[in-house]
Design a protein around this ligand. Sequence first.
Ligand SMILES: Cc1cc2nc3c(=O)[nH]c(=O)nc-3n(C[C@H](O)[C@H](O)[C@H](O)COP(=O)(O)O)c2cc1C
Length: 337
Amino acid sequence: MDVLRTANPVWVGSSELTMTLDGITACIDAGAGAVVAKSVNESAAARRQLDIAGYAFVSGDRRVRPTGSADLGDGLLNRSGLAQVELDEWLGVLAAAVEHGAPGNCPVLGSITLGDANAAARIGRAMAAVVPAVELNVGAPHGREARAVRQLTEVDAVHDAVRTVRAAVDVPLFVKLPGQASDVVALARAARSAGADAVGLVGRYPGFLPDLDGGAVLGSWGAWGSPACLPMSLYWVAKTRLALGPGTPLIGTNGARTAADVLRFLASGARAVEVVTALWIKGPGVLADLVAGVEAYLSGRDPEEFAGSALAGTRDYADIPPNPSPAWLPYTAPSGR
Ligand SMILES: Cc1cc2nc3c(=O)[nH]c(=O)nc-3n(C[C@H](O)[C@H](O)[C@H](O)COP(=O)(O)O)c2cc1C
């Protein structure tokens, strides 16, 4: 079974919204192409971190929204932790969720956020008995703040972790990478050569936002994502698609809020897109809009044919001829200065 060939390319990514059976089934029923369950790992500290979770939706002019008034254009700064559940109990939740998704062909994936690679391998092996695919997140944006989750930014570290988990998992293994690395394409190549079946691009970023009334939003560092991150995510999707070719399936994430954004991920080379913050803002019902918008645009065209279509006319700087007149001329200082 090709787990990436889902009924539609709009997937729900891992977050607290997919941390319970009710949360996952709500996403399935709302029309997700696939649902990635909340991450787990072996560490009690990673679970405890959920006890200090905090979420701030931030408007385009960097103001924290009052509760319940977030807008799709907002960014989200948050602290977060992993699911507070024992593995046996979690496998039962995953099995029930997989069963719920089956009639509508909506796969439910297990997810592990890397702590220790050998422990991730043990968890992955157990998960593989109940889910059609496992996603391994090696790019947790909280990695510097919380040692119990890791953000790997070096080729060797990604390769070793993926190889260890790959050896234990006998279903497709997807590896989600950080965007905050000097060469994400090299990380994708390392993940692939260590046996990843697909690569997820890219995780959210560490962030910090002073509150000008005093102190800082959330009173700490956090993980940050916003619609403005979209071109940064698309950069790595497009570069990875060009470097590794269509034979390496890519899953886009970080910054898609609308159907047009999902299409932009596909046009950059992704086969599926994991959306999360849009659901925090609008609820799972937003999936219907996203799926309808994508399907209307593609009007029957296979999303896989569309994948990477924006790359056809993309040139390297060196191949672009000089402008006949300086392009920056209209942007010189206004008169009077
Ligand atoms: C509150 C919150 C919790 C998240 N928890 C996880 C997690 O446990 N594991 C994981 O791989 N990604 C996690 N993510 C990342 C999302 O799966 C997704 O990749 C990211 O939010 C970017 O997509 P978006 O711009 O649609 O939100 C989390 C994101 C948010 C906002």
